[in-house]
Design a protein around this ligand. Structure first.
Ligand SMILES: [Zn+2]
Ligand SMILES: [Zn+2]
Length: 335
């Protein structure tokens, strides 16, 4: 049982075989532990929103997309080549800028060297398991070929549905509180949705035919995040369909989709963050998901809601958790 292992002397020793291990045990959202720790809760919300953070940048990108690169709902009411091509092109550029930019910075020009890099090994240049013969080419192929296609298709569907009144639309003026709240709630919904579809994708038959494509990446880079089988893109991005029920503004649809797609790139960066003047200024990858790629049987979710903790699949990056994971794996294999 876990509580006997807790007493073991090696409890907080860092894991072996990694170049960089953040402060472990990994911290999850404090909103789900008892007794409540109000200060930790304030710090969590503050750190994940009000420092220069990924989420804030994403809200900014959603508004820029909406004001300058988005056709009005009167136009999206009718499917037409022009505006759909515009959305596709916008998404293609956005994906390339984010994943390509991070890749150039961290891997091509190695601006940060090995600092804050979780896994010391380089990305795999060649390998027969990869489409087009190499990890990066493989990842770009599935991201740009299939990922951007499904991303665009879901946006087109939602804007068409909103334009025609099939999906409920809300406005800033009518419901300002809910308008703002949705920016906080979408990542929570993402955490819930992602955990469950991800566990589902690890059911052996689906893993073999679908999810194993994403797991070709044992060590990950920014292009790995959205490198998925088309069926996985279809399921993963289907999260946005909740807005057939939950009213939203078009800017929330943009944010919802961009949150999924662009954080997939950032969380797979392979680095814990971007260093500016010797400090980690922008949190990027999570050791949590990095471990999922190396060990498989742990950390299916994200840190927004600790689903992995609730269901026993949490590896917090300590030796104890690692031993527990190995035990669990043995049990599954032996069963
Ligand atoms: Zn997986
Ligand atoms: Zn992944």
């Amino acid at each position: 049982m876990a509580h006997t292992q807790e007493d073991s002397p090696m409890s907080d020793a860092p894991l072996l075989g990694w170049n960089h291990v953040p402060n472990v045990p990994i911290k999850v959202s404090p909103f789900f532990s008892w007794p409540l720790k109000p200060l930790d809760m304030i710090r969590w919300v503050w750190n994940s929103w009000f420092l220069i953070s990924e989420k804030l940048i994403l809200v900014g990108i959603a508004f820029i997309s909406f004001y300058w690169f988005q056709p009005p709902l009167e136009e999206t009411r009718t499917l037409a080549f022009g505006w759909i091509a515009g959305i596709y092109f916008r998404n293609l550029v956005l994906m390339t800028l984010v994943a390509g930019g991070l890749h150039l910075y961290f891997y091509t020009f190695t601006k940060q060297g090995q600092r804050l890099k979780f896994d010391a090994r380089p990305l795999m240049k060649n390998g027969r398991q990869f489409t087009l013969g190499g990890q990066i080419r493989d990842n770009m192929f599935w991201t740009l070929g299939s990922g951007v296609f499904f991303w665009t298709a879901y946006e087109v569907l939602m804007f068409w549905a909103m334009g025609n009144g099939y999906a409920p639309v809300l406005t800033w003026l009518a419901t300002p509180v809910w308008f703002v709240a949705l920016f906080f709630l979408i990542p929570v919904w993402e955490s819930f949705y992602f955990y469950w579809i991800h566990r589902f994708l690890h059911v052996p038959v689906l893993y073999k035919h679908v999810h194993s494509l994403h797991h070709r990446n044992i060590n990950v880079g920014p292009w790995s995040g959205m490198s998925m089988h088309p069926v996985e893109h279809l399921i993963f991005l289907g999260s946005v369909l909740i807005h057939w029920i939950v009213a939203a503004h078009p800017v929330h649809i943009l944010y919802h989709m961009q949150y999924y797609v662009l954080t997939a790139a950032t969380t797979h960066t392979g680095f814990e963050g971007l260093i500016v003047k010797d400090e980690n200024r922008l949190k990027l990858g999570t050791f949590h998901h990095q471990m999922h790629h190396r060990y498989f049987e742990c950390n299916y979710g994200s840190l927004e809601i600790p689903w992995d903790k609730f269901f026993g699949s949490f590896n917090d990056g300590t030796q104890v958790a690692n031993e527990r994971m190995k035990e669990r794996r043995k049990r599954i294999m032996g069963a």
